[in-house]
Write a new protein. Structure first.
Length: 156
């Protein structure tokens, strides 16, 4: 249904460790996003306190399937309270769905998101547009999320 943990991604924030899951249907652009964001994440180092959920904005036909996968993910206890960055990817394609289109398709998930931080960010993993904004938001959220404190790195 969805590829779990396409990339478990590490970045360091001082001595604290955070981990972010990158999820989304196949072909959504997860690997491309990861490649784009590697250089931007370079000043951090991580392990799992947030979810980045990638949507292919050019694939209207699979949007209901993506919504169901998203719904399953937000209702999973293991990820309770974890901030979610929803990436509306492939926004460089002229005919892609807009953010309001995607929000409408995902509207019955809203109540299930709960009180956690959740942002829908337009991006293109191909050109890099929107990638920095998304990552900066995610870093801010994982750092301030008191419900999931960072793992302390061993300093020997
Ligand atoms: N136009 C455009 N194409 C993209 C973008 N991101 C990814 N792609 C293309 O979409 C296809 C799938 O991208 P991947 O990054 O391999 O997707 P994935 O989510 O890792 O897919 P799986 O590994 O199969 O789960 C590739 O042909 C990418 O070049 C984007 O922002 N814009
Ligand atoms: Mg991939």
């Amino acid at each position: 249904m969805y590829t779990l943990l396409s990339g478990l991604y590490k970045y360091v924030f001082q001595k604290d460790e955070y981990c972010v899951l990158i999820l989304g249907l196949d072909n959504a652009g997860k690997t491309t996003f990861l490649e784009q964001s590697k250089t931007r994440f370079s000043k951090y180092y991580a392990e799992c306190h947030g979810v980045i959920y990638v949507i292919d904005s050019t694939d209207e036909g699979r949007l209901p399937e993506s919504k169901r996968a998203f719904e399953k993910m937000v209702t999973s206890e293991a990820l309770d309270g974890v901030p979610i960055l929803v990436l509306a990817n492939k926004q460089d394609v002229e005919t892609c769905l807009s953010i309001p289109d995607i929000k409408t398709a995902f509207s019955d998930c809203t109540s299930k998101i709960g009180r956690r931080d959740c942002l829908t960010q337009a991006c293109s993993a191909l050109t890099g547009k929107g990638v920095r904004e998304g990552i900066e938001w995610m870093v801010k959220c994982v750092v301030r999320n008191v419900h999931r404190p960072p793992r302390q790195r061993d300093i020997t």
